[in-house]
Design a protein around this ligand. Structure first.
Ligand code: HC0
Ligand code: SF4
Length: 568
């Protein structure tokens, strides 16, 4: 242990601990902006400067390791004046239209300016361009809000291995932009939103659809239904003081009903349906010499990555639509018929922990007659805004169940929101179908966890099947090298673009970090354990859907409705 004092309070910390974490141990939050707990430390904003007795320069608390006998001061006049000067410089180069900023009241810069009680800025504004860049369905950039902390750049490069965002120019002219200033979607960007999750201000945010959804809800001629992704229910509570990973399914359904949705359905139902199609597709490829390894196709950032980077390997992708896509297709056909409402009068909204889902919803393969199957996608963050707008005290809401017939789901559907969940859900159905025997040991723990790449071998009806699971596109690239060259040892690979899977999705609440994602994942497995049915093929509503309208998995009807194609 290393012994030091911070503001005269003694602390003992393991060797190698940074001043920032030592201070946190005694409940002192040292201000910071470029530092993010999941990222490489850059220490370039210098906002975390502290004084050390006997030393003439200031130290960055995020990057300086504690030493024996160190006396740290976080609140001396020099420290405070430095921090205020840094903030004032940032403010001079920051578009301060806070009142109409998407991150209003949820902005690190705003919090710090408030914390330091900076009432007026003595420096004249040098903000140049205040034009927001709106070129794709998912992500909006506002360079006038950028404080050049580089967190988005590191998320894109270090997590996804993509590097669509970069610094350009030098010194006071430095900006964060894309290569040649191209629109994001015209770069290697896959719209995953990991950059939006770490941005401390409103410089890079999801494209807001809340107003359009509110208008649909107020339109009496429309029947507005909503589906909610598996990972939203374990993240939404973050914004309402429920604690990381809190399971808020029942309150969430109540909130959506109070918002005016005519029916509240579950994407987990769509996930069960995906398992039927994708699971049977895998068995079919396995038994009839189809293209292997088969790659999962439910994560839209991953699908876009495949289309942009691995165009010659698209035959490996499962043709199954994502759960969101399948849900939308069923909603505008089967459900429309059952409910006796013309599809044109049904508006489907999807709540997703994801920004890429907004772009996925606009894919031409996900619609019929020129109309999209999913009309609007809101991120978890946007749902939080809507709940706040109507003034619901979320944590006190009673619980409500999902509506029928697209609201029943199994534990297999629930775990889709965790990395490894799609594979585990698929195996629960595939193994049972292939062997014809009921599967008792349904927890495939080898594919669980947060290792970047996990693998497992299992015997399916006399054949050894090798599967792999990975999260983040940086890890996917490692597996894809072998797929492209035809040397992959695997038969089936699950890829989710975001760290931890959708639980850590780019549309989740600001403040999402790896530790929080891990708690959400634990909750998803808890939901799975708590359900009476844990295999997708045992979902009675899915069985009824096949009996009523689709015949069987992979039937031509199922193919028409539930499968899609990809384009390099
Ligand atoms: Fe996911 Fe999904 S699990 S991508 O991570 O497969 O967004 O939560 O909704 O569609 O079900 C996200 C989450 C979904 C889909 C499902 C899949
Ligand atoms: Fe990079 Fe994802 Fe952001 Fe695109 S959306 S810039 S891929 S982190």
């Amino acid at each position: 242990l290393v012994h030091l004092t911070i503001n005269h309070i003694p602390v003992a910390v393991p060797k190698g601990t940074k001043i920032m974490q030592a201070a946190a141990k005694i409940h002192i939050d040292i201000p910071h902006l470029c530092y993010h707990e999941d990222q490489r430390i850059k220490a370039h904003c210098r906002l975390c400067s502290v004084e050390v007795t006997g030393r003439r320069r200031l130290y960055a608390a995020c990057s300086t390791e504690c030493w024996e006998g160190m006396e740290v001061h976080t609140d001396t006049p020099i420290v405070r004046n430095t921090q205020i000067a840094i903030l004032q410089l940032m403010l001079a180069n920051h578009n301060r239209d806070c009142l109409s900023c998407p991150r209003n009241q949820n902005c690190d810069l705003q919090h710090l300016v408030s914390r330091f009680n900076i009432l007026r800025s003595p420096l004249p504004s040098v903000v140049r361009d205040t034009q927001r860049i709106v070129t794709n369905p998912s992500i909006v950039r506002d360079p006038s809000k950028c404080i050049r902390c580089g967190r988005c750049i590191r998320a894109c490069k270090d997590v996804q291995g993509i590097a669509a965002l970069t610094y350009a120019h030098r010194s006071s002219d430095i900006v964060v932009t894309t290569a040649y200033d191209k629109p994001m979607e015209a770069t290697d960007c896959v719209l995953c939103g990991q950059c939006t999750l770490v941005c401390p201000t409103g410089a890079i945010v999801e494209r807001d659809a809340t107003q359009r959804v509110l208008r649909a809800l107020q339109d009496k001629s429309k029947h507005v239904i909503v589906q909610v992704a598996p990972a939203v229910r374990v993240a939404l509570g973050d914004a309402f003081g429920l604690g990381a990973g809190a399971i808020a399914t029942g309150q969430m359904v109540t909130a959506l009903k109070l918002l005016g949705f005519d029916k509240v359905f579950d994407t987990n139902f769509g996930a069960d349906l995906t398992i039927m199609e994708e699971g049977y597709e895998f068995l079919d490829r396995l038994q009839h010499g189809g293209v292997l390894p088969m790659l999962t196709s439910c994560c839209p950032a991953w699908v876009t990555y495949m289309e942009k980077e691995y165009g010659s390997s698209l035959a490996h992708l499962s043709s199954a639509k994502s759960p969101m896509g399948m849900f939308g297709a069923v909603a505008k056909t089967y459900y429309a018929e059952k409910a006796d409402i013309p599809a044109k009068d049904i508006v489907t909204v999807a709540i997703m922990p994801c920004t890429a889902k907004k772009a996925e919803a606009q894919r031409t393969g996900l619609g019929r007659g020129g109309q999209p199957d999913i009309d609007y996608v809101l991120t978890t963050r946007e749902l939080i805004k809507l709940i706040k707008y109507v003034g619901l005290t979320f944590r006190d809401l009673p619980e409500s169940p999902f509506d029928s017939p697209l609201g029943e789901a199994t534990g297999a559907g629930a775990i889709f929101g965790a990395t490894g969940g799609v594979m585990e859900a698929a195996l629960r159905t595939v193994v049972e179908k292939a062997t014809g025997k009921p599967l008792d040991a349904i927890e495939f723990t080898a594919v669980r966890g947060l290792e970047g790449i996990r693998e497992a071998s299992l015997d399916i009806a006399g054949r050894t099947v090798r599967v792999a699971v990975c999260h983040t596109l940086k890890n996917a690239a490692k597996l894809m090298a072998a797929v492209r060259s035809g040397t992959s040892p695997y038969d089936f690979i699950e890829v989710m673009a975001c760290p931890g899977g959708c639980a850590g999705g780019g549309g989740q609440p600001i403040g999402t970090r790896r530790v929080v994602t891990a708690q959400r994942i634990a909750s998803l497995y808890e939901i799975d354990r708590s359900l009476p049915r844990r295999k997708s093929h045992e979902n009675p509503e899915i069985q009824k859907l096949y009996a009523d309208a689709l015949d069987a998995p992979l039937s031509s009807k199922a193919h028409n409705l539930l499968h899609t194609t990809y384009q390099a």
